[in-house]
Structures are given as structure tokens and as C-alpha cells.
Design a protein. Structure first.
Length: 418
């Protein structure tokens, strides 16, 4: 029966090709949304691992996560250096990573930190940062570049970089009197690290001497500070946030309470995983809207397939009558239409998945560079297999209508089509 269905479809190949393409495009959209949704969640979750707490000025947990990890938005306030040292000396704390944000270079964020950043920061499946070339900063005016910055701006080791005061494209005032020298380039991570310039806290302190009012003083603009070179500098007055790793995860709630109740200034400690869950709850409506839109597109494709089958039945009434006259039973005509639909669905879903792999192959690098999404062609995951099975099942259910109509066709109606 499937062979007969195949021959029947081949005789109507133009209409069949259009129907298959409609199903393929609908499947492409449905599977593409699912793949991007999964990869986005995975990318966000893999950005920071092994960090028990993130501490910053008291604000919303999502906002603290976004500006301290993803470099999105700005901090409501900074943390005093004395407060940081007090909390970092807690006997339950194994390590801390201070981070200071607020400057940029050609739209890319600059992060001030210590060498503990490269020693303790983890991403993905507990992977450490690796240098593709060079070394981490050792002097005040050294800078380590993320992989995307080095590639996009074509920077090399030993090249000088001028930082700007302020974040993003709005940064206008440059620290041109104190350029930094590229000493290291990090290997790609697929996280915001790739789009970040890393300097020492001393380096940020040096370029901001005389900037207490928010703009350079005459001393700073005259270049006198640049002449000082890599002289010893006092610790920074404040930092933006800091990451915390604990000696035992059982102490996480106790340390979190201690930070939230800290007397020195209003601070907040968040668990990255919990904050990410809150973020996904916030974005859940958008996710569901995209999935519903995809299902509606698929429904339109399946209805188009059903219409094509129904129209084809009206044109094939004599064919059906001939099949009946040579001994075909009504249930066999029913199975014939079901078999044709099965072939159409399998061809459409397979083509749709093939188009998705082609699109990922072409746009994979763009997604990685622009959205930091590591999306690459590969075998379908569990969610995609379920969607393909659901598409196949929905298509078979829709095909029951034209199959039932074929079953109901009478021999006399086929021989007397008027």
C-alpha cells in the first residue's frame, strides 16, 4: 500500500513538493525555537559555575546577577573596600573574586579584578579559564582580552589599548594619558568573558586618580599621573561586587544571612542558580509566546496539507472508483490516504530538520559572536525528538478527515462524477 501511495504522490509531484515544503518550514520554525530556547538556557547556566554566592549592593537579585555576571545594566551602588575585606575574612569563605565595572573600550566592558579571577572562576562543566596566548596581568597597566575582542578588533599581544570612562557606546571621555598593554588573550568560553577586557584593580585605581568628581582634574589631564608609571597604589575605595566560594556548601545560607544583615552598609548575597531560576520565570511568558506562535505556524502547515489532500481527492474521484472496481475495499482507500500523509509528514519533518542544521551551520558563528550562544549542528535532543513525534502525530490526526472522505466515496460517485 505504501508503494501505491508513493506512486500516487509522484504523479502529483508539484503539489506534493509544495506541501512538503510547507511542513518543512513549519517544522523548521518549531524546532528552531526549541533549539534556541535550550541553548539560551544552557548558555546562561554555563556562564558561572562553582560560585556559591555573589555579593553586591542591595537591589533585586536578577539585577545583581545581570550586571555582575552578564555585564547588563549598572549597579545601584558600590561596595566599600573595608566591607569587602571584612566579609572575605569570614572563616567559612574559601576564596573571593572582587570585580569592578564602569569603564569600557569601544563598547566592550572593562572588568577590574585580581589574579584570583583567573584562578577560581569556573564556567560550563566546572571548566577553568585558559589563556590562548600570553599571560595574565602582572603590572598596573596590563590588560587581558576576551577571545571575541581580540578577534573582532584584531588586537595582538603588546598592543596598546585606551580605556574610556563610562560603559557601552555612551562612553566619551578616554583615559588616553594611561594606555594599557595587551599581555594575554583568553581562549573562547561562550560566556560574557569573551567580550570583556580584564585589568587589575590597581589599574582602575591608577586611571581614576583625580577623577573623584566624575571628570579628570587638571593633574590627571596634564599627564602627571602617567609619569608615575606602575607605582604602588592604595587599595580601591570601592568595588562593584564580588564572587564567593565557600569551604562547605552547607554554610551557604549562614553566609548569605550574614551578608544580608551586614551592619557596615546595605548589601545582598544571591545564589546564582536561584537568581537564574527567577530570571527564567520572568522570561517564561516570552518563551511560551514563541512556542505558541510556532505551534500555530505548524497548525497552518498541517491544515494546508489537509486542504491539498481534500482537493486531490476531488480530482481523484475516478482514480478511487477504478481502485474500487478492481477490488479495493473502503478501508484500503482509507489506509492509502493515511500512507500518503505519512510519507508527506516524514519528508517534511526530515527536510525541516535538515534546513535547521544548515541554518545553524551558517549562522552558528554569528550567534556565538553576537549572542554568546554555542549553537552548532548535531543530533536532535530529547525535546526536539518529542516535538517531531508530536508533529507526526498531529499530522496523522489531521489526515483522518481526508481519509474518512476517501472511505466514504462510493463507486457510483466515482464513475458518475457529474
Amino acid at each position: 500500500m505504501l508503494e501505491l501511495a508513493w506512486r500516487s504522490l509522484f504523479s502529483r509531484r508539484l503539489t506534493v513538493m509544495l506541501t512538503v515544503m510547507t511542513i518543512a518550514l513549519a517544522s523548521l520554525l518549531l524546532l528552531g525555537v526549541e533549539r534556541l530556547r535550550q541553548e539560551t538556557r544552557s548558555s546562561f547556566s554555563n556562564t558561572v559555575s562553582g560560585t556559591d554566592l555573589i555579593v553586591g549592593a542591595r537591589t533585586g537579585s536578577i539585577q545583581l546577577l545581570l550586571y555582575s555576571v552578564f555585564r547588563v545594566g549598572n549597579a545601584t551602588n558600590n561596595i566599600g573596600w573595608d566591607s569587602y575585606q571584612t566579609l572575605a575574612s569570614d572563616p567559612r569563605v574559601a576564596w573571593t573574586i572582587p570585580v569592578s565595572l564602569g569603564d569600557s573600550h569601544r563598547g566592550y566592558p572593562v572588568l577590574g579584578t585580581t589574579t584570583d579571577y583567573f584562578r577560581h572562576l569556573r564556567y560550563g562543566d566546572n571548566r577553568a579559564l585558559q589563556l590562548a596566548s600570553g599571560t595574565v596581568f602582572a603590572r598596573t597597566h596590563d590588560v587581558v582580552l576576551g577571545a571575541n575582542i581580540a578577534r573582532h578588533l584584531q588586537y595582538q599581544l603588546g598592543q596598546q589599548v585606551v580605556l574610556a570612562h563610562g560603559s557601552g557606546e555612551a562612553a566619551l571621555t578616554e583615559h588616553s594619558d594611561q594606555p594599557f598593554t595587551v599581555t594575554g588573550i583568553l581562549a573562547p568560553t561562550g560566556t560574557p568573558v569573551d567580550d570583556t577586557l580584564h585589568v587589575s584593580l590597581d589599574g582602575l585605581s591608577a586611571i581614576h586618580e583625580g577623577w573623584e568628581s566624575g571628570s579628570p582634574s587638571l593633574l590627571a589631564s596634564s599627564g602627571a599621573l602617567a609619569a608615575a608609571g606602575d607605582h604602588a597604589l592604595p587599595p580601591p575605595a570601592s568595588i562593584t561586587a564580588f564572587y564567593v566560594g565557600l569551604k562547605s556548601r552547607t554554610a551557604i545560607f549562614g553566609v548569605q544571612r550574614a551578608v544580608n544583615r551586614f551592619d557596615g552598609e546595605p548589601l545582598q548575597a544571591i545564589m546564582p542558580g536561584v537568581a537564574l531560576s527567577e530570571l527564567w520565570q520572568l522570561l517564561g511568558v516570552a518563551e511560551q509566546a514563541l512556542r505558541v506562535l510556532s505551534w500555530f505556524v505548524l497548525l497552518v502547515g498541517l491544515l494546508g496539507m489537509m486542504s491539498a489532500l481534500l482537493i486531490g481527492l476531488n480530482e481523484r474521484r475516478r482514480e478511487m472508483a477504478i481502485l474500487r472496481s478492481v477490488g479495493a475495499r473502503p478501508w484500503q482507500l482509507f489506509v492509502l490516504v493515511i500512507g500518503e500523509t505519512l510519507l508527506l509528514l516524514l519528508a517534511g519533518i526530515t527536510l525541516g530538520y535538515g534546513l535547521l542544521q544548515l541554518a545553524l551551520l551558517i549562522a552558528g558563528r554569528l550567534l556565538r559572536d553576537q549572542l554568546l550562544l554555542q549553537v552548532s549542528p548535531g543530533l536532535p535532543g530529547g525535546g526536539e525528538l518529542m516535538l517531531m513525534a508530536a508533529t507526526l502525530l498531529a499530522g496523522m490526526l489531521v489526515s483522518l478527515i481526508p481519509a474518512w472522505r476517501a472511505w466514504r466515496m462510493a463507486l457510483a460517485a466515482g464513475l458518475n462524477p457529474g
